[in-house]
Structures are given as C-alpha cells and as structure tokens.
Ligand binder design. Sequence first.
Ligand code: BDR
Ligand code: CA
Length: 320
Amino acid sequence: MKRILIDTDPGVDDALALIYAFKSPDIKVEAITTVSGNVNLETVTRNLLKILNILDLTAFPIIAKGEAQPLVKPPVDAEDVHGKDGLGNISELLNSTGTLKYDTADCQFTDQSADDLILEMVDSYPDELIIVALGPLTNISKAIQKDLSRFRKVHSLYLMGGVFTEYGNITTNAEFNVFVDPHAAHEVFNSGVPIHIAPLDVTHQVKLTGDRLQTEVFGREDVISHFLTDSTKAVMEFYRENVGFYGFHIHDALPIGMLNHPELFRSVDAHVQVETEGELTSGMTVADLRKQNVIDPNAKVYVGVDADSFLDLFFKTILT
Ligand code: BDR
Ligand code: CA
C-alpha cells in the first residue's frame, strides 16, 4: 500500500485524479494540501471539499490550505479552461429539491500551514510518504525552504508538470503548473529527492473523448457518474473550440496511474532545469531526453504510455 499526500489546485482534471486516488485499492491518501493555480486558493479549497463530498468517505484525510500566491510572480489562473469556479461551472447546479447538487463536505482543516503539514507527514512516514503534486509547486518549495533535511526523508515526488518535446499549453514553451511558479519548480528540481514527472509529452497521449465518457457513464445514476458528466462539459467545449476535439486531456490523473500501473509507462532519466526569468521562456523545463545514462539525473521523465490500457483501468477503478 502506498501512502500519499496530494498537493492540488482543483481543477477538473485534479478532481478526476483525486477520485482515482481515493478509489485505488493500493493507495492511501493520508493528507491533502491546496494551492492556488487553476483558480484562487479559496475556490480550489472549496472545490476540494465538493470532491470529498461526492466520495462519501468514512474518514477524511488531514487537509491544509496552502499558498495563495506563487513565490515571486503574480498569480495566473486557468479559468478559461476549467470555468470560473474551476470545476466546469457546476457550483450553482441545483437538485430537483432546490438544494445544491454538489455541496461541500463538512470536514476540518488543520491549523498548520501546508508546508508544515507536508514536513509533518514526511516525519510520520519517513522514506515511505509519496507526494503527488498536481498544481504549481509553491507549497512543496516552501517545505523545502523551511527544512530540506526533513523534506529529504520523502520517498519520492510524483508531479504533473513541464513539457519537453512539444509546445506548451500556457505559452509556447511552458506548461501551466511550472509556468505559474517557476521559482518553486526550480527549488523542487534542485532538492535532491527522487522525482517522477508526467509532462505534457505523456499526458497529451491520453485523450478522454466526450463519446468515451458518455459510454462509460451511460445508464448510471451514481453521484460520481453525474459529477463526471457535469464537471467535464465546459472543458470539453473549450477543447472543441481551441484544441480541435470534443474531450480533454486528463493530465493530473497520470501521476496516479504511474503509481498504480508503472508497467504501462516508459520513462527516461534526465537532468531537468527550469527557466525562471526568460521574457519569452519563463517556466520552460529544459532537459535533453536523447541522452542515455545521464551522469547527474534529477528526475524520471515519463515519455510514453499505453493510453488505451490506462483509460480502461482508470474507468474500471473510478466507477466501481
Ligand atoms: C495542468 O494545468 C492545470 O490546468 C491542470 O489542472 C494540470 O495540473 C496541465 O498543464
Ligand atoms: Ca492541476
């Protein structure tokens, strides 16, 4: 069983990743920290509570609200993709009885800051805790800044971020999570902990089409199926208009898949660096993936996935 802490900025694909993690039999979600990214901190934190509510959990993980701003740069959001509420504009949907269709779970937050919770969880499960980072890396970098030697007891860090051999999705060269807080990403890649990266190069290989989703949820009346249908409509429309297919890339679900089914993925060892300052290239992740046997690798960069098997297993897990 893998013990994980999820750092996240929900986000429609973050929501799918959270559902996937909680439904994975070999994963135990011990803690969650939120970070501003797709939308502001208050909204992503409220979204987390909505997601936890549909999961109908018997016990909640420890939750801390994290950083509202990147380390240095002003915040940048992704409302155009995820909707104004960050969850495909489902927040005001009502049931036939007039109550909110997606309400927030009634769970407590720890008083600690996210970086303190991260360090405390590493202390609790030394050399065992896996951190899964699905948003800008601000909280993680704060934990590193506070106490690198404690942080280094983490087992590994799985993150969605970066792009190496394709165009970016926020600028020509940068992927959103790294672009929003490149200084944080720089700290993380220099921390010396084992890092597994799902960059756009691999997440773009998995396309969840509207047709596939409809087939999966057809005839189902459970709350997760409703949530999948409702929360993904706006992002699929965005993709139809801007990307060229009706569907979307479920980026943040990939690191959970990498933990569940490593055999479906191909990775290369690389030395990854982050451009923090470039006027045109801020947030660019730089590594030569052609090099074999890099002397000083700091990350495993995932570059290939059996996308059909991944999607089959993803749906099998979240809809059982
Ligand atoms: C990443 O950016 C966010 O919009 C998504 O949630 C994902 O974490 C993809 O570039
Ligand atoms: Ca995210």
